[in-house]
Design a protein around this ligand. Structure first.
Ligand code: SF4
Length: 348
């Protein structure tokens, strides 16, 4: 029984079919596995009279999170590598933020979006992750690394809206209050701008999750050069999809703008960006590009960054500065995916 891909109700149904036992048994098992990591099932009081059922369950339950085979830390940011059953590896990043821990999860091995500033994009798409492999990253962070993850951002390797078949069920499993219990308002899905995917995500049952858009450009010409997805889904269509997206109470669309020296760093760019964001309830993260080895793009100088930030503030854009947490372990924006160290797209 692959528990990491199941909500409590799905697990309870499977449990009833397989063992003929109802929620009196299945609910404590689900809680125990998801909330403590699942060891010592036979010590649960409900099994005191039924040790053989506990033993059978222990053999049947598949906790296919995969082993954590590497982990590095830089200023509290932890990047860890999980080896999947087929030998491929994915990376996830724990980020301490305001006394909470956020986990940046991968949704694919590689990515087919081909964004020019991104290491993962250079890998191409190797495969989609399963629901269990996505949930498994949170499970591993909590129960293997011992980190109390309370926020999940889908900003690691891959384009989550290109793998909604696994991402939507993962959101339901992660949010199950009898399991990992991550509130929807504490989950954020980041996209390069797949409009159909945004609309599908908007229709998820229950409360909406937060949406982040990796924008990175003030106009179609620059965006299409940086992000091929923009050629098929231009900025005006994207803006319309963002306006349709249901926000939670006090919610906003998170917009990421990777500032690249000489590409998207002019005053006219800041003004065009401000006009684009004006009809949206948006919060902008301004992220200095963090070049990977071999990249032909340049990091902005501190003065370029400060100047661009000032222009945005003058245009009354709600903007947050983003440093380079994790840069030394290649866990910063666009740097997950290097075989020797890590893997991701627009990680915070
Ligand atoms: S930035 Fe995101 S969508 Fe673009 S190539 Fe990288 S992982 Fe894929």
């Amino acid at each position: 029984m692959k528990i990491l891909e199941q909500t409590h109700d799905q697990f309870a149904d499977a449990f009833l079919r397989r063992y003929g036992k109802g929620t009196h048994y299945s609910t404590p098992v689900y809680r125990h596995v998801m909330q403590t990591g699942g060891t010592g099932l036979d010590r649960l009081p409900i099994f005191s009279q039924m040790p053989e059922l506990a033993g059978r369950l222990q053999r049947d339950l598949v906790l296919d999170a995969g082993p954590v085979v590497n982990q590095v830390e830089d200023h509290g940011v932890i990047k860890f590598v999980t080896r999947l059953a087929d030998g491929l590896e994915i990376e996830s990043v724990v980020i301490p933020m305001f006394r909470r821990f956020t986990l940046c999860v991968s949704s694919q091995v590689g990515c087919r979006m081909g964004c020019r500033f991104c290491r993962t994009g250079k890998m191409g798409l190797m495969r989609h992750l399963t629901t269990a492999e996505i949930v498994g990253q949170v499970f591993a962070a909590r129960h293997r690394l011992g980190v109390d993850v309370r926020n999940v951002v889908f900003m690691g390797m891959g384009e989550p809206l290109d793998n909604l078949e696994s991402v939507l069920p993962a959101i339901r499993v992660l949010g199950d209050q009898r399991g990992l219990d991550i509130a929807r308002r504490h989950m954020t899905v980041s996209t390069a701008g797949l409009i159909d995917g945004i609309d599908r995500l908007a229709r998820i049952d229950g409360a909406p999750v937060n949406l982040a858009i990796s924008l990175n450009a003030p106009n179609d010409a620059i965006r299409s050069r940086l992000m091929p997805v923009n050629r098929a889904m231009p900025m005006a269509d994207l803006q319309a999809a963002l306006r349709r997206y249901p926000l939670s109470r006090k919610g906003a669309i998170f917009v990421e703008y990777v500032l690249i020296e000489g590409i998207n760093d002019q005053q006219a760019h800041a003004q065009a960006l401000a006009r684009y964001l004006a009809p949206l309830n948006a919060k902008l993260n301004l992220i200095p590009y963090n070049p990977a080895p071999g990249s032909d793009l340049k990091a902005p100088s501190p003065s370029t960054y400060e100047r661009f930030l000032g222009w945005l503030v003058a245009e009354r854009v709600f903007v947050r500065r983003r440093g380079e947490k994790g840069g030394r372990i290649m866990a910063a924006c666009g740097q997950l995916g290097g075989r020797e160290c890590c893997a991701s797209g627009t990680c915070l």
